[in-house]
Structures are given as structure tokens and as C-alpha cells.
Design a protein around this ligand. Structure first.
Ligand code: ATP
Ligand code: MG
Length: 421
């Protein structure tokens, strides 16, 4: 991609009311546009990061044998009344609206009820189970505090999956496999070492649900961590749980600021019973289906990556989610020989399958470097007059600031060897 053709612009000024570091950097770097508090547009670079995160999640969901679909965001009141979750007293973040033809509808803050309802058309007998489905869809939540930028949006993108099983054992098999898949996602996105499967309040059926909490100063949660044992407990559970049964003592747990990047939940048979989702088992008895719900905050993850990795100069993306692996910056553009040479490198890198953002603009070197730091691609390759004379490129690794000088062949070999292209 030629930067001169990219629809984006870095900026020095910030919306006065933006307090979250993640949104400040993403706005300055031209990844997102702030529409209002907690509501952002994804600009091309921001959308690329989101698509890359989604692709990783999609691949891991595929290994779980789930199918992707897309549900509507308009929801029936009657359905949520059946499970006692329509009232603002039980769910305080609803956006609701009225149909001109009459009647109230809800805007999706979750899809648990409609997914369970829809599955009545697909689940009748034992042979229809187990089955799991997922989607990436916007969620709309009337959050009262929306001060954490992308980490708490009033509209945000979630990956939500739903599992349906005949027996507890069948349910547990999927639930445990999902934990593994989620940790694979977080590893691939670069936060695996800092993300903990956390005991959280159970709700409907089980003693616990599980949150995936990532250590993050800007996170809104406090998690009690024993890093040595890999045990994490959220605040609510800490007050009630038998810690000995969880294999940890209070004094081993350290209160740590975290962000909830995912959450998995076992409804047991309760949700299906409320909604009316039954199947006929081997004995001919009609029994409710075991149901689980599994969320990952896609746009929250994007915010967490910024909070954790950005430095004073700007964004720093892990290669697995960066919009482009390489930021090729050409200096001395007034010299047509240099420009042609850099154009050639750009084409060759592209041919080799390396994703490249090519700063081909006629701008001062200082401005190009500042923009490049702000945009945060993993590698910056500088093509300059001086470099051409030596037959060398300066390659800067954004995360470590390591500077290397590579010849053209070494450059290609380097990115050939890089798996994240
Ligand atoms: P929180 O406790 O942070 O309010 P939640 O428990 O309501 O989140 P879930 O309903 O379990 O969240 O949603 C699944 C995932 O969606 C969460 O783990 C989180 O990563 C993400 N998420 C939830 N609310 C928001 C939001 N307002 N903005 C961005 N992401 C969100
Ligand atoms: Mg939560």
C-alpha cells in the first residue's frame, strides 16, 4: 500500500475529552475516529487490526469445529421477557427502540436468547448434538462509564460462540477445549504470558464461570493472581470462595489491575429450559439442552494491545495483528534514482508476500520517522541516498528499537524467514 493513497492522516491534536491512552494514540495515528464518548469509527488501519485479530480467533474457532454465522442486532422483547432479562432492572445496559409499526424491540447487547431460540429449528434429537456456532457482531450497550476508549465501547465488536450439548460431559468437553483455544488466541496476539484463566462468579448453574484477564494497568478489573501457580481469582469470587479448595492461600494472591478480554459461561440446562430448547434423548424423554456462551472482546483486545505495548512515540503492534509487517520509508524523494530504487524494493517485497506500507510521500525525513513511530508497524525499512551508496538498508525493529544494516538480499531473506507475513 502506498501511503500517499492510504485514506488516513496522523494528527497532533486530540479530542479534548479523550482520556484513554489507547484511544488517544489510535486517534492520533489515524486508526480510529471518535464519534462520541464510547463510540468510534474504524478507519482503514484500525479495521485491518480488527480483521487480523478476527482471523486469529476464526482459525482457533475452526479447530473447535464451530461454524460461523451472523445474527441480526434487532431483538424481540417477548424472547427476553421469557428469561426475565428484558427489564432495565435486571439488565441495565439495554438500548431499546420502537417500531413504527408498533411494538418495542431491543438492540443486541448479547445474543444468548435469540441463538438459543433459533436452535429450536436445528435441534430435535440426540443426533443433532453437540453443536456450536459463533459470530463476530457488534454489541450495543448503554454503558454509563465509557472512559476507557476501545476497551469499553457503547458499540463494540465481540466474538460470541454458543455451544449446545446433550450431556454434562459433552458440554464440559467443549468448554475445556474452548479454554485452550482462547489461550491460543491470546498467545498468538502477544498477550499469552499475561493472560490468566480466572475464576469468576458462576451464575446460573456452575460454581464458577471463567474470565480471561490480561494484566493491564488501564484495565477496569482487579484480579487476585498467584503467578507461580497460575491461579487467578476475581474480586467477587475472592469474597465467597473456599480458597483452599482452589489450591491457593490468601497471602499468595496479589491484587493486580487487569482487563477482561474474554469470558466463558456454563448455563447448564437452565437457559434452554427457559427458552424452550429441548431434544428427545435415547429413552424418548424430552430434556433441555446444555448450553454454554463464550465471548472475546475483539475491539477491547485492540485497546489492550495499545495500552500494553505503545511507548512514548506511538503504537507498537505485534506482527500477528499489525496492519503491515513492514513500513518502507523512502527519503530523498527529490532524487528520481532513489525513488525508482525504493519503488523496486516495494514491488519485490510485495511479490515475496510481505505486507508493506510504503511511505512514498514527499515529506521531510523527521516527519516521516515520527509518523512511522506513531503508526507502529513491526519493522521500518529506510531507503535513503546514503544507504543506496552503501547498498544497504537501515532496518529498525519498532518494539526494541534495534537497528540493523541489511543488503537487499539480506532484507529479502529476513522477511522470507519471518512467519508473520
Ligand atoms: P465487563 O465486565 O467488562 O463489563 P462483561 O462481563 O459485561 O464485561 P461479556 O458480556 O461477558 O462482558 O462480554 C464478553 C466480552 O466482551 C468481555 O469479556 C469483554 O472482553 C468484551 N466487552 C464487554 N463489554 C465491552 C464493552 N463495553 N466494550 C468493549 N468490549 C466489551
Ligand atoms: Mg465480566
Amino acid at each position: 500500500m502506498r501511503q500517499s493513497k492510504l485514506f488516513t492522516k496522523t494528527q497532533k491534536e486530540l479530542p479534548a475529552d479523550e482520556v484513554a491512552k489507547n484511544a488517544q494514540f489510535l486517534i492520533r495515528a489515524g486508526y480510529i475516529h471518535k464519534e462520541m464518548a464510547g463510540v468510534y469509527q474504524l478507519l482503514p488501519l484500525g479495521l485491518m487490526v480488527v480483521q487480523n485479530i478476527k482471523q486469529i480467533v476464526r482459525e482457533e474457532m475452526k479447530t473447535l469445529g464451530t461454524n460461523e454465522l451472523l445474527a441480526t442486532n434487532l431483538q424481540r422483547k417477548e424472547l427476553w421477557e421469557r428469561t426475565n432479562r428484558w427489564s432495565d432492572d435486571t439488565v441495565d445496559i439495554w438500548f431499546k427502540t420502537e417500531l413504527k409499526a408498533g411494538g418495542e424491540i431491543g438492540l443486541a447487547w448479547s445474543h444468548e436468547e435469540p441463538m438459543a431460540e433459533m436452535m429450536k429449528n436445528h435441534i430435535a434429537s440426540r443426533k443433532d448434538l453437540p453443536v456450536a456456532i459463533y459470530q463476530f457482531q457488534n454489541k450495543l450497550r448503554n454503558e454509563t462509564r465509557a472512559k476507557s476508549g476501545m476497551m469499553r465501547g457503547r458499540e463494540f465488536i465481540m466474538k460470541d460462540a454458543y455451544s449446545f450439548a446433550a450431556t454434562e460431559e459433552e458440554h464440559n468437553t467443549f468448554y475445556e477445549a474452548c479454554k485452550v483455544a482462547y489461550m491460543n488466541v491470546f498467545k498468538r496476539i502477544g498477550v499469552g504470558d499475561d493472560t490468566y484463566v480466572t475464576f469468576a462468579a458462576g451464575g446460573a448453574f456452575t460454581e464458577f464461570s471463567h474470565e480471561f484477564q490480561t494484566v493491564c494497568e488501564a484495565g477496569e478489573d482487579v484480579t487476585y493472581l498467584c503467578k507461580e501457580k497460575g491461579i487467578a481469582i476475581n474480586e467477587e469470587v475472592l469474597e465467597k470462595a473456599d480458597l483452599a479448595a482452589l489450591g491457593v492461600a490468601r497471602e499468595e494472591l496479589v491484587a493486580t489491575k487487569t482487563a477482561e478480554v474474554g469470558n466463558i459461561f456454563n448455563f447448564g440446562r437452565q437457559k434452554a429450559e427457559e427458552v424452550g430448547l429441548f431434544f428427545t434423548d435415547e429413552t424418548g424423554t424430552r430434556v433441555p439442552v446444555w448450553m454454554g456462551s463464550y465471548g472475546i472482546g475483539i475491539t477491547r483486545l485492540m485497546g489492550v494491545l495499545v495500552e500494553k505495548f505503545a511507548d512514548e512515540k506511538g503504537l507498537v503492534w505485534p506482527a500477528s495483528v499489525a496492519p503491515y509487517l513492514v513500513h518502507l520509508v523512502v527519503l530523498n524523494t527529490e532524487d528520481s534514482e532513489i525513488r525508482d530504487w525504493a519503488d523496486g524494493i516495494y514491488m519485490s517485497l510485495k511479490e515475496k508476500g510481505v505486507s508493506v506500507l510504503y511511505d512514498d510521500r514527499d515529506t521531510r525525513a523527521g516527519e516521516k520517522f515520527a509518523d512511522s513511530d506513531l503508526l507502529g508497524m513491526p519493522y521500518r525499512v529506510v531507503a535513503s541516498k546514503k544507504g543506496k551508496a552503501e547498498g544497504m538498508f537501515e532496518v529498525v525493529t519498532r518494539s526494541t528499537s534495534e537497528v540493523r544494516k541489511l543488503s537487499e538480499e539480506e532484507l529479502y531473506a529476513d522477511f522470507d524467514a519471518n512467519p508473520n507475513t
